[in-house]
Design a protein around this ligand. Structure first.
Ligand SMILES: [Fe+2]
Length: 286
């Protein structure tokens, strides 16, 4: 089998150059460091998935900053929008990313749902944005599109990536908006065991859980992390913990095909953690 190494990054919340997000967070610099970090990964990954909230307020100038920073990325990348994105602005700044044109829905909106077919893992990007809402979901049109494309290739190991997770996080303020169509999505996923993973953003923290017979993950944020407050009354707040990315590795290990996931913290500078220190004289004390 051909292995595949997939980077996932999420939730940059980019502001125009020189503007702090929520008066506190510098957003361009963590993304620049993240791109540097990805460019130095060994082995070199195959592709980068970007799971929404690319910018903070949908401003055109922020997408121009995004384009300038991502121009340094040495890998192909694929984006889906989040609730902070403006799809028309995104399309305008990345005209060569034709998959962003998606398909027109009955209400006239364009949904950015697409498949990428030329890698060892089939990639399916889903648009979970509901215009004007913070929460997300999948309407019947997007769900039936997903069911149809999954039916076309039942033997292709598949990763689905999207912004909103179709489950609650345990962080009270994020759980007030229930993912629309989550039960219908679960029943579709349950019919298609080739789905190795559903991976999302939106929560700005690393999360994993079972979902409809597959594994679901949420990627940490690049721009900021959410405060880890697992109370129902948790209020909306972020914390400037280090940015991080997910590295999804599709490979064969110990004679078993698997898709496994590591989390990699983005350093402030290349030797922040002192480089690699070899272990020695390690034996089991038992
Ligand atoms: Fe976000």
């Amino acid at each position: 089998m051909r292995p595949m190494l997939i980077v996932q990054i999420s939730d940059f919340h980019l502001k125009p150059e020189g503007v702090l997000a929520y008066d506190v967070a510098e957003t361009a610099s963590p993304l620049r460091r993240t791109v540097e970090h990805i460019n130095h990964l060994q082995p070199m990954p195959d592709a980068v998935l970007i799971t929404g909230d690319l910018v903070d307020e949908g401003a055109f100038e922020s997408y121009q900053v995004l384009r300038e920073i991502l121009a340094s990325l040495k890998l192909p990348f694929f984006m889906v929008p989040g609730n902070h994105d403006h799809k028309a602005g995104l399309r305008e700044v990345f005209p060569e990313h034709r998959y962003l044109n998606g398909h027109v829905e009955p209400d006239g909106n364009k949904a950015i749902c697409y498949t990428i077919e030329h890698f060892p893992v089939r990639l399916i990007g889903l648009d979970t944005v509901i215009p004007g809402e913070h929460g997300g979901g999948l309407n019947p049109g997007r769900l039936s599109w997903l069911d149809r494309v999954l039916s076309e290739k039942p033997d292709a190991p598949t990763v689905i990536f999207m912004h909103h997770p179709p489950f609650a996080s345990g962080i009270g303020h994020m759980d007030k908006e229930v993912f629309a169509g989550r039960k219908e999505l679960a029943s579709i996923i349950g019919k298609h065991p080739q789905v190795e993973r559903i991976t999302c953003g939106h929560i700005h923290r690393a999360i994993s859980r079972r979902f409809a017979g597959t594994t679901a993950t949420v990627c940490p944020g690049v721009g900021m992390q959410l405060v880890l407050d697992l109370r129902e009354e948790a209020s909306s707040a972020f914390i400037l913990e280090p940015p991080a990315l997910m590295l999804h590795f599709f490979t064969e290990l110990w004679g078993e095909k698997t898709l496994l996931t590591h989390v990699s913290i983005i350093e402030d500078h290349p030797l922040q953690y002192g480089g690699a220190h070899p272990f020695f004289d390690v034996v089991s004390p038992g």
